[in-house]
Design a protein around this ligand. Structure first.
Ligand code: B12
Ligand code: SF4
Ligand code: SF4
Length: 394
């Protein structure tokens, strides 16, 4: 039962309890105030760390991030929430060549789940208040510094891997915010929680692409999450081998974190992996999915946010990184794909595998390829295939 009572001019409603009832792992009410690290955000952008995520640097987006009221002029309070997703991995009984999808993306698209829950939270608030509430839900692409707000709410601390870690839950949470025009009682602590990493630097050392320029600082351009999801062009050759078999996102800097060891909170039911294929997909089957089958697989998941050829580009790299001769036939098929971006990465992957069949396919493709960049990839892949194994992956 939730109590509603006036405290000064702020209405005290146990919104945190309501949020917990709705399935949020953590929630907090924070005051509307200027972000503390806005300048840091601007210098992160100025250093080029955002790569091609140009929307992050648009003057409007930057200005909005500095002022929550630009999103809801009448905002009087902000509710910050964390929703836990599934941290476990399925254990396939077969020996197929399997890729990896980041854990947050294995179930229903969290943007949809979060938004629906925030709307429910706003409805519950209005019911408790007995009056309409103007509200604005935010998730991910909204112009807010979500981790800082989670930290401000006392939900957790920002760690060296830049993740917000909620002690007792870990970092396998997604964040969301609800701006409301009601004066809610603040639950945030006076001072935000301090980092608790201590001397640990496991995440910084484990990152396959050395994407951290320092503790708390990430160069997105090197991050596998950025490369496989946000960046839709050619993936720099020198980073491809380090991507391993990730086809959408990456969890390495979270997998190694001691704060993620142990049970944690149960994940939201809708964020559980839909199936093994949504977590550790059979790469050869994925390479061969037709347009409609692919559409079906990614429906209402975060994967629908990348075009099919981008996913196939990622699959080609992952197949090359399996080092398995079983990958060659599927890669030869991708080498004939109508999109040059897919052909280019399939050529690279065949160069890595360097079997007789892979070389023959590259030789044949070199005779008919007309796209200059893809032809360049084929030439480079043939060179790689001819080099000693120790010199491959370049
Ligand atoms: C752009 C973006 C990315 C980029 C860049 C990530 C980055 N670290 O900057 C890329 C594509 C690489 C990315 C990857 C991922 N992302 Co992302 N991403 C975002 C987005 C849209 C903006 C982040 C941003 O502004 N970055 C710029 C930097 C400067 O800001 P920041 O990340 O908030 O970092 C803060 C700290 O670094 C801190 N800081 C800096 N110096 C110091 C020093 C000290 C001592 C301290 C304490 C703090 C501190 O200040 C910064 C500002 O507050 C947010 C959503 C949002 N609107 O905030 C989601 C978000 C951060 N991403 C999220 C997720 C889940 C991921 C992935 C795990 C997905 C995956 N599995 O593949 C990876 C994780 C990679 C990683 N280690 O960060 C979640 C994070 C949830 C959490 N628990 O932290 C968010 C909040 C989305 C959401 N709604 O849940 N992401
Ligand atoms: S998500 Fe992967 S690539 Fe990106 S910083 Fe973490 S470990 Fe590195
Ligand atoms: S792995 Fe260690 S350094 Fe990295 S976030 Fe976790 S505790 Fe902090």
């Amino acid at each position: 039962m939730t109590t509603v009572k006036a405290r000064g001019d702020r209405v005290s409603i146990d919104l945190v309890a309501i949020a917990r009832e709705l399935g949020f792992a953590r929630a907090a009410v924070v005051p509307i105030e200027a972000p503390r690290r806005h300048t840091l955000y601007e210098s992160w952008l100025a250093a080029g760390n955002a790569g091609e995520m140009h929307y992050l640097a648009s003057p409007e987006h930057v200005a909005q991030r500095g002022d929550l009221r630009s999103l809801l002029a009448t905002a009087r309070s902000l509710v910050v929430v964390a929703l836990a997703y599934d941290r476990t991995d399925p254990v396939p009984a077969d020996r197929l060549l399997r890729g990896k999808i980041a854990r947050y993306a294995r179930g229903e698209d969290y943007h949809l789940v979060m938004r629906d829950k925030l709307v429910l939270l706003a409805d519950r608030l209005a019911r408790e208040l007995g009056a309409p509430v103007a509200s604005r839900p935010c998730v991910d692409s909204a112009p807010v510094l979500e981790r800082e707000l989670g930290e401000r709410g006392g939900i957790g601390f920002i760690a060296k891997n830049t993740m917000l870690i909620a002690p007792g839950v870990g970092s396998y949470v997604v964040l969301g915010e609800l701006l409301v025009d009601a004066e809610l009682a603040i639950t945030a602590p006076e001072a935000p929680p301090k980092p608790r990493c201590g001397a640990c630097r496991a995440c910084l050392d484990a990152c396959p692409t050395q994407a951290f320029t320092d503790a708390y600082m990430l160069d997105a351009r090197r991050c596998i999450s950025y490369l496989t999801i946000e960046h839709h062009g050619v993936i720099p050759r020198e980073l491809r081998a380090a991507i391993g078999t990730w086809v959408f996102g990456c969890d390495v800097c979270q997998e190694v974190c001691p704060f993620n060891a142990g049970a944690g909170e149960p994940p939201d039911a809708l964020l559980r992996a839909r199936s093994t294929e949504h977590a550790l997909p059979d790469l050869i089957a994925l390479a061969r999915l037709g347009t409609n089958q692919m559409r079906q697989l990614v429906r209402r998941t975060a994967l629908r946010r990348v075009p099919r050829e981008v996913l196939l580009r990622n699959v080609a790299i992952a197949l090359g990184n399996t080092g398995s001769a079983e990958a060659v036939t599927a890669l030869v098929e991708l080498l004939a794909h109508r999109e040059p971006i897919v052909r280019s990465h399939a050529a690279w992957a065949l160069g890595q595998l360097a079997s007789d069949a892979a070389r023959a396919a590259l030789d044949a493709a070199a005779l008919i390829e007309t796209h200059p960049a893809t032809l360049d990839e084929i030439t480079s892949a043939r060179r790689t295939a001819d080099s000693p194994p120790t010199l491959r992956s370049r």
